[in-house]
Design a protein around this ligand. Sequence first.
Ligand code: CDP
Length: 208
Amino acid sequence: MIIALDGPAASGKGTLARRLAAKYRLPHLDTGLLYRATAHALLEAGDRLEDEARAVAAARGLGLTDFDEGKLRGRVMGEAASVVAAIPAVRAALLDAQRSFASRPGGAVLDGRDIGTVICPKADVKIFVVASSETRANRRALELAGQGEKVDYAAVLEDIKTRDTRDSSRSAAPLLKAVDAVSLDTTALDVEGAFAAAVAIVESRRAI
Ligand code: CDP
């Protein structure tokens, strides 16, 4: 079974993806890490995020497992990831690795922005996770504070809005609900409530 979760920043898709992967004993790929790691490699090398050739080389050089999440999770890298993610050649360079992860025997859980639309259009279950921008900014501010990052709620909300606009308006694989995806609004749900709702969606799709 392939489970595809897509949605905007801090909508809760990462937590849901991890929980679903554990419940159904499936491997999980957080595809946002691929774009974050690509951006990180460019910044480390002193290259510009818009340098297509360098960005493609950085994307091609990634492994799928050896991410130093501590360096990739911060606010700056989320913003930088969204810049490199808008380059079509970078997305193309990361396509095969994501598809081969998804086609493992038994299936997989992938979360990102274009899993249900581009990476796994035939996924068994597609969930489009949304939440209000204020709720997402709150969650992200708490998460970043937990990682020791100094955060300002207003700045985090601004980041989220900028990223929503960039991710939704780019021409290459924009953030979009697949026609056959089920929407899950987590605004009023806690982690357990969102997980229960996601499991109900998986079970209902499996029964078809
Ligand atoms: O955790 P959060 O939702 O803030 O970010 P993420 O999932 O780690 O993704 C960071 C950025 O990578 C997003 O803003 C997107 O621009 C990009 N991304 C993408 O374009 N396609 C994906 N499948 C995953 C992430």
